[in-house]
Design a protein around this ligand. Sequence first.
Ligand SMILES: O=C(O)CCC(=O)C(=O)O
Ligand SMILES: [Fe+2]
Length: 364
Amino acid sequence: MAANFSSVPILDFALVSDPARKPEFILQLRHALINVGFLYLKNPPVARKDIDALIDYIPRLFALPQQAKDSIRMANSPHFLGYSKLGAEFTKGKTDYREQFDFATPHETQWRPGAPEYLRLWGPSQWPDEDQLPGFKDTMERYLAQVQSLSYDFSRLLAEAFSLAPDALAHFYDSDEFMQHRGKVVKYPANDGSLSDQGVGPHYDAGFLTFLLQASAHPGLQVQNLSGEWIDAPPIPGTFVVNIGKALEFATQGLARATSHRVLSPPIGSTPRYSVPFFQNISLNARLVDEVLEFPPEVLKLKELRGEAAATDSVNFTEFDREPSGKVNLIGRVKSHPDVAERHYPDLFKQIFPQGLPAQVSAY
Ligand SMILES: O=C(O)CCC(=O)C(=O)O
Ligand SMILES: [Fe+2]
């Protein structure tokens, strides 16, 4: 039986707190993790009023004067946190047509001279001036804290879905003060006809789990199924889209699928599409080859039944078979944001881009 998919399943988080129905949720989760790699999560435990407040801030965030946005540009930050103007980012060697702010949960950099360079990947966010957008930082931090907590709950459910002990994945995370998770606020302007329709090109996410808030009513997100077809994942009000990153795929020996996805720009004449992805990280020092999980044979069998993906357009984050998670992430960030890397990681930049700063990169 080839387990292909033609739509993304919808799971209801309310089942988790109902002992009679939780097993149903766990079975649906098992199917979604192994066969799809994407799911919608209904009734997520994040306060509706915080989600609504965040959605309300987004157009105002992007409407800040260009100078205010540039003053917190990502190039200021060795942590790749801050503002990226339209066209500053690349996926699969092509320019992504999106504008974004990378923020993250609070973190003090752990890097000290002599320690691995990838520890510099995490550190404080750059926030817009409180006077210019009162209350935004507070709202975003409250939002991030709740999604962070959901991400830990979810990784326990995920362990159960694979018939492991609920805390089987706990050792991939450090204690809160040593962890950092990233949340971006993204704007995809309408395609004006002169540009490609690549909002973001085909890619895998890097970490364990991604929780995506589609913050406007636009379609555009697409997910690649096992035979390589692109399946629409349009916004469903009141849900998050949850998907699996390359680190979790690697850590579960491919049981949980990291699924290739992309975003098409809104069509000419449309309004901008907005989204807020939250990327759950694992410890920067975790080397996945050293952390082999043991799965029951009946669970491994489900991977066999699924079969392999025949085709995918994504190629990033292949280094988990040898490098610590931090190094894999750093390589990904250098490829996506070469201008930031040239400034803060000159040696690694030169290794990856021996010809210098690319007009159009072709690193993937
Ligand atoms: O904006 C979206 O809907 C998805 C964005 C995404 O896949 C990413 O930034 O990794
Ligand atoms: Fe993504």
